[in-house]
Design a protein around this ligand. Structure first.
Ligand code: UDP
Length: 389
């Protein structure tokens, strides 16, 4: 089974194996003591003893059929990697919590296989521990809840993709992403709250909304932002033979993004592109061009609150299945703005990179907006959960 692994990877795997065994042997006595001392408490509560489960996992790590870092053993792709093992901490867990990786699960596996090192192994573990401490949430997995009077649907990436394509075509469905910026904007702009609440699907984007969900005792299934969703949408479009229309960003940007997407997803049909700086009197012809193109999915990248307003005002005339408000997505996919390194995105710190890239434009959004959001989250009386089980 391991004959296909290159020699240098075998050396790295050996280092990781030695690290895993050493760490498991160091932790094991502590966990065993905790399992025995706290055992009666769990017996009284009639709940499983997590320390016993951990002991079992540590034994599996020592025996070599599990690792501290690697694949989430709940996902189908276990077995599709000869290098990565099921693990206590997985990059899928990080991806689910933080998002912003713009890779499918399969692409993530290849990325981690190709960049495997002991340093990466340890860093991944530390990142998982940090994010578990920050975002660990015993709340309910409600299918819908409300944060600052904005409704949010709790979906996995796969569920979101299914809903995006589920339309029968009788009307255009709208999909919005709620993040810290859109929540802050909604305090100043009441129309934005109304526009977002008109969405057929409103998805939780970013670690700020995850903290918000935790505050109202809701456990988020996934971090579902446009960047992470797009690879899945493109794969679904190719499989279905349907096409995409890109509307928004400065002239030329959407076309470059379209070219790059077609390179990445062979067979992807781009029905058309249109920049986002057309005059109001040109609106009718833009809608006509979208309808004539035959696209089934429309991405609208005007940023908040313009895209939410535009989609709501025009969805009754649109013949696409679904229109999604995707913000600055085309700027990233065209390469006009570079993404933060994956390690930064994996710990939810992409905003620091974006601030460094465009300090003037992003100062208010991040330096003022992030603390303001946290302040509102912990002190505002407007925060409430109207969850639907
Ligand atoms: N934009 C546009 N038309 C407008 C205003 C903005 O197409 O009238 C584009 C802008 O060029 C950029 C995107 O909307 O590509 C907004 O990006 P931003 O990073 O602000 O959005 P975010 O993703 O943060 O919501």
């Amino acid at each position: 089974m391991y004959s296909a692994i290159p020699v240098e990877s075998k050396a790295t795997l050996m280092q990781i194996r030695v690290f895993d065994i050493a760490l498991a042997l160091i932790i094991m006595p502590v966990v065993l003591v905790l399992a025995l001392v706290l055992g009666p408490v769990f017996l009284v509560k009639q709940t499983a003893n997590p320390y016993l489960a951990l002991c079992y996992s540590l034994c599996r790590i020592i025996l070599g059929d599990k690792s501290f870092c690697g694949l989430n053993d709940k996902v189908d792709e276990v077995g599709s990697s000869v290098i990565l093992k099921p693990a206590l901490f997985s990059f899928q867990e990080l991806h689910q919590t933080i998002g912003c990786i713009e890779m499918t699960n399969r692409q993530m596996i290849r990325y981690h296989e190709n960049n495997l090192s002991l340093k990466m192994h340890i860093t991944l573990m530390l990142k998982c521990i940090t994010t578990r401490c920050l975002y660990k949430n015993k709340g309910e997995e409600k299918s819908e809840f409300s944060l600052f009077n904005i409704k949010i649907h709790n979906r996995t990436l796969q569920e979101a993709v299914k809903e995006i394509f589920s339309s029968d075509g009788s009307r255009c469905r709208s999909v919005f992403f709620v993040n810290v910026n859109s929540i802050n904007l909604s305090f100043k702009n009441k129309h934005l709250t109304r526009d977002i609440n008109c969405g057929d699907l409103v998805l939780a984007d970013g670690s700020g909304v995850r903290l918000g969900a935790k505050r109202v005792n809701v456990k988020l299934k996934d971090n579902v932002n446009g960047t992470d969703l797009l690879p899945y949408i493109c794969e679904a479009l190719v499989a279905r033979g349907e096409s995409l229309f890109l509307l928004g960003a400065a002239p030329g940007v959407a076309q470059t993004a379209a070219n790059r997407l077609q390179d990445q997803y062979p067979g992807l049909k781009i029905a058309g592109v249109q920049h986002g700086y057309f005059k109001p009197k040109e609106n009718a012809s833009v809608i006509e061009a979208i309808n004539r193109s035959g696209a089934s999915i429309l991405l609208v990248g005007f940023g908040s609150p313009i895209q939410e307003k535009w989609i709501n005002e025009n969805k009754h005339q649109l013949k696409v299945k679904t229109a999604l408000g995707v913000g600055g997505l085309f700027d990233f996919y065209s390469g006009r703005i570079s993404r933060a390194p994956i390690w930064m995105r994996e710990i939810g710190m992409e905003w620091i990179y974006r601030l460094a890239m465009e300090p003037g434009k992003k100062f208010e959004r991040y330096v003022i907006g992030n603390p303001l959001y946290l302040f509102r989250l912990y002190f505002s009386s407007r925060l409430k959960s109207k969850g639907v089980a």
